[in-house]
Design a protein. Structure first.
Length: 690
C-alpha cells in the first residue's frame, strides 16, 4: 500500500502518510481514535486505502479549501479561508485539498469553517467517518519495446496517451494524467496487449525522424493522439480540422505553443466541471475570446481542440502559466528510454543545438579570488575535466531546464535513466525524514552550523538528523550505503573521490548506495555525484568546477533552507543560483523533480517584495512539483483574495499594507526576495528590513 494511516503520537487524531513520496498530513480529533480498515471502493473518487473511526470533528492544521458533495456528486458547499458553511443531515463526500489527496465520507449534518490558520469540520454528533486517500505516486503500467527505426519510435510514442485517466478537460489536472508506458530498445517493436490508447479522433502527422518524434511526444501524450508519418507536420481531426505544426517560429516552437495553448484552455474550460472555481485566468481571458466555455465543456475533444486553436496564440501567451521544465535532448535512439519520464512532467522537449563551450567558466570578477593565500576553496586539486564535452542548452521560457545526452550540461540539469529507475524502485516507508550531514573539513563549520539550524526545524514533520565530522573512507562509505533521504556533504572532492581523514573515497567503490538525494558542496563533485546515481541514488546537486568556500556556504545555506521548505532539488538550485555569482558552477544530476520534504502549503512559493507608496508590491512566484504539477491551482491568502490561480511561475502582484504583509509572512516559512537578495519570511533579519 502506498498510503497508510497512523494515530498521532502527541495529540488525538491520525497521520495520513504517502509512504513512497514521503508526504504526510494530520487530521486531528477531539479524542483519541482507533482507525479500522475500510472499503476503498466505497468512495466516488479513487483512493489507495481507507479507514473508519468515530469522531464529532476533524481539524486540519492548515488552511485548506473544502468541497462538500451530496450522494449524487453535486457540490453543495465550497469553503475557503475566512468562510463557513453548514449542510443538513445527509450522505456526503468531503474533498480535502491537502498534500495527499484525501476524502471523507460521512452521514451527518456537517459544518465547515476555515479561519486564519486552520480548517474545522464538525458533525452534529459523534459519528462514524470514513477517510480515504490516494498516493500521487505514479509508475509506468507497462513497458513498450521499440527499435531504433523512426517508424517504430512513432508507434511506441503513440502509446503514451494510454495513461490518460480521462480525455475531458480535467486531464489538465496532474492527478488525472497517469504515467506513460516505459520504453526500452530491442530487436523488434512490441506493444503489450494491455496498452489501450483512447480513440480521441486526433492525429499528429510528423516527419519520420527521431527529432520530430521526440519533440511531439508531450503533445501526443496530452491529446491521446495517433501518430502518422508525413512530410509536413500538422494536427488533424476526424471531423476535418487541420492545423499546421510548422509555424513562423519553426516546428519545435510551434509544437510547444500548441501544447501550452491547448492545456491552458482546458484549465479554463474545466471550471465548468467538478470544481467550479473562481479562476483568475478565466476572468482575464474570457473577455478576449469568443468561446462559450459552458457549452464547450460537454463537446467532443476534437471540437474543443478546434475551438482552442482558432484563437491566435499571441492572445493567450501572457496568461499561460510559466512552464516548469524544458528538456533539451540529443535525438539519438538510446535517449528514448527517458522520454516517458519527461512526458510525465509535461515538459517541453527541444533537440540539441550545437555543443556549446569547452568547459564551464568562472565569473571574471571572482577569477582572482582563487589565487589569494587567505581564500579557502573546496578542492584538493585544480582545474576541470579537460577531456569532457560540455553543452550549454539554449535559453527557454520555462522555470527550469534539463539535458538528456552524454555531454555535461552547463546551466541545466543532467537527466539519467538510472535516476528514474531508482525512483521507481524507491522503498516505501512511513518513518521519519532522515537527513545526514557530513563535514570533512573543520574550516567549513559555518555551513554545518546553518544545516544544524535548518534541517528538522519543522514542527509539522518528523525528522531524524545525523551530523558526522571528519570521517574515514570506511566511515563515509558506510554513510553512503545506509538508507537516508538526504545526504549533505561539506568538504573536498576531486576526480579521484571524497577527501577523508585517511585518503580518498571513490563513490564507485560503494556498490549499493542507500542515499536518495544529496548535495555535494565541494569542488568538481559532478563525477562523484553521477556515480552515486549510477549506484542507487535518485538525484543530487553537484559542482562543475572549483568553488570558493564563502560562495559554497552561501549557496549551501540557501539550498538547505529551500529543500527544508519543500522545494524540489532542481527548483531549489534554480533559486539559490541567484544569490551568488558562482551559482553557475552548480547543476542537478538525476531526477531533479524529487523533494526532500513537503511544502507546508503543498506548493512551494517565493515572494518578490518591492516597497511602494503606502505599502508594498508583493509578487508571488509558485513552483510546480511532482505532487502539485502543471494544472494545479493556488490560492494566496492575501489582500482579501478569493480567486484561484494556475500554479507555476508568477501568478500575480498584490498591493499590501505593512500590517497585511506581516500577517501574510507569518502564515508560512517561504523565501522572500528583495533587491535580488534572499531572506526568509519569519526571520528577524527580514522584520528589521521591513
Amino acid at each position: 500500500m502506498n498510503v497508510t494511516f497512523e494515530p498521532l503520537a502527541e495529540r488525538p487524531g491520525i497521520d495520513v502518510i504517502d509512504c513512497v513520496e514521503r508526504q504526510r498530513y494530520q487530521l486531528r480529533t477531539a479524542e483519541s481514535v482507533s482507525p479500522q480498515p475500510a472499503d476503498a471502493d466505497s468512495f466516488r473518487f479513487p483512493v489507495s486505502r481507507a479507514v473508519t473511526f468515530e469522531t464529532d470533528s476533524l481539524v486540519l492544521p492548515t488552511v485548506v479549501p473544502v468541497y462538500v458533495r451530496d450522494a449524487d456528486g453535486e457540490t453543495v458547499a465550497e469553503v475557503k479561508q475566512f468562510e463557513q458553511a453548514s449542510v443538513p443531515a445527509g450522505d456526503y463526500s468531503i474533498d480535502l485539498c491537502t498534500q495527499i489527496k484525501t476524502y471523507v465520507r460521512v452521514e451527518a449534518a456537517v459544518e465547515v469553517s476555515v479561519d486564519m490558520d486552520q480548517t474545522r469540520i464538525e458533525f452534529d454528533a459523534p459519528t462514524t467517518v470514513a477517510v480515504g486517500a490516494r498516493s500521487r505516486h505514479e509508475r509506468p503500467a507497462a513497458t513498450v519495446t521499440t527499435t531504433t527505426d523512426p517508424m517504430d519510435m512513432l508507434a511506441a510514442i503513440e502509446t503514451f496517451g494510454s495513461a490518460l485517466k480521462t480525455t475531458d478537460p480535467e486531464r489538465s489536472y496532474p492527478t488525472l494524467r497517469g504515467h506513460p508506458p516505459a520504453l526500452e530498445l530491442g530487436d523488434s517493436l512490441d506493444i503489450p496487449e494491455t496498452i489501450t490508447r483512447p480513440e480521441t479522433g486526433i492525429t499528429l502527422e510528423l516527419p519520420p525522424t527521431l527529432s520530430a518524434a521526440f519533440v511531439a511526444a508531450p503533445l501526443a501524450y496530452y491529446l491521446g493522439a495517433s501518430l502518422e508519418p508525413a512530410p509536413t507536420p500538422r494536427l488533424t481531426t476526424d471531423d476535418g480540422f487541420e492545423y499546421s505544426l510548422s509555424g513562423p517560429d519553426g516546428y519545435e516552437r510551434t509544437v510547444e505553443q500548441t501544447l501550452k495553448q491547448l492545456f491552458f484552455f482546458d484549465c479554463v474550460t474545466r471550471t465548468e466541471g467538478y470544481y467550479e472555481l473562481d479562476l483568475h485566468e478565466r476572468r482575464e481571458i474570457e473577455p478576449l475570446v469568443d468561446i462559450d466555455f459552458a457549452t464547450l465543456y460537454d463537446r467532443p475533444l476534437t471540437e474543443q481542440v478546434a475551438a482552442y486553436l482558432d484563437v491566435p496564440y499571441e492572445l493567450v501567451a501572457d496568461h499561460v502559466p510559466e512552464w516548469r521544465l524544458t528538456t533539451h535532448i540529443d535525438p539519438v535512439a538510446a535517449n528514448a528510454e527517458q522520454l516517458p519520464f519527461v512526458v510525465d512532467d509535461l515538459a517541453i522537449v527541444r533537440t540539441r543545438q550545437g555543443t556549446g563551450p569547452s568547459e564551464p567558466s568562472v565569473p571574471a570578477e571572482l577569477d582572482g579570488e582563487f589565487t589569494r593565500d587567505d581564500v579557502i576553496t573546496r578542492s584538493t586539486s585544480t582545474g576541470t575535466d579537460t577531456e569532457a564535452e560540455y553543452v550549454e542548452p539554449g535559453s527557454a521560457d520555462t522555470l527550469e531546464q534539463a539535458w538528456i545526452g552524454d555531454s555535461i550540461p552547463i546551466g541545466a540539469s543532467k537527466l539519467t535513466a538510472d535516476a528514474f529507475r531508482n525512483r521507481l524502485d524507491r522503498d516505501e516507508t512511513a518513518g521519519d525524514i532522515s537527513i545526514t550531514v557530513v563535514q570533512n573539513d573543520a574550516r567549513m563549520d559555518q555551513e554545518r552550523r546553518v544545516a544544524d539550524e535548518v534541517y528538522g526545524n519543522r514542527a509539522d514533520l518528523p525528522f531524524d538528523v545525523t551530523v558526522r565530522e571528519n570521517l574515514t573512507t570506511d566511515e563515509l562509505a558506510d554513510v553512503m550505503a545506509t538508507e537516508t533521504d538526504f545526504f549533505h556533504y561539506i568538504g573536498h572532492t576531486d576526480h579521484e573521490g571524497f577527501t577523508c581523514e585517511d585518503g580518498k573515497l571513490d563513490a564507485a567503490t560503494v556498490d549499493t548506495v542507500g542515499v536518495d538525494t544529496f548535495l555535494l558542496n565541494a569542488c568538481n563533485s559532478y563525477h562523484q555525484g553521477l556515480t552515486l546515481i549510477e549506484n542507487g541514488a535518485i538525484g543530487g546537486i553537484v559542482t562543475l568546477n572549483e568553488i570558493l568556500n564563502d560562495a559554497a556556504i552561501e549557496i549551501g545555506s540557501s539550498t538547505a533552507r529551500l529543500l527544508n521548505s519543500g522545494f524540489p532539488l532542481r527548483t531549489a538550485l534554480t533559486v539559490s543560483r541567484e544569490v551568488s555569482p558562482m551559482g553557475g558552477q552548480y547543476i542537478v544530476v538525476g531526477d531533479g523533480g524529487i523533494t526532500v520534504t513537503q511544502a507546508p502549503s503543498g506548493t512551494p512559493n517565493l515572494l518578490d517584495i518591492t516597497e511602494c507608496d503606502a505599502g508594498y508590491e508583493a509578487e508571488i512566484v509558485t513552483y510546480a512539483t511532482d505532487d502539485r504539477g502543471l494544472g494545479s491551482v493556488f490560492m494566496p491568502f492575501v489582500d482579501d483574495n478569493q480567486k484561484y490561480f494556475l500554479s507555476s511561475g508568477s501568478i500575480d502582484t498584490f498591493h499590501v499594507s505593512h500590517d497585511e504583509l506581516l500577517r501574510f509572512l507569518n502564515l508560512e516559512e517561504v523565501p522572500v526576495r528583495i533587491a535580488d537578495k534572499l531572506y526568509w519570511s519569519t526571520s528577524a533579519e527580514l522584520r528589521e528590513l521591513l
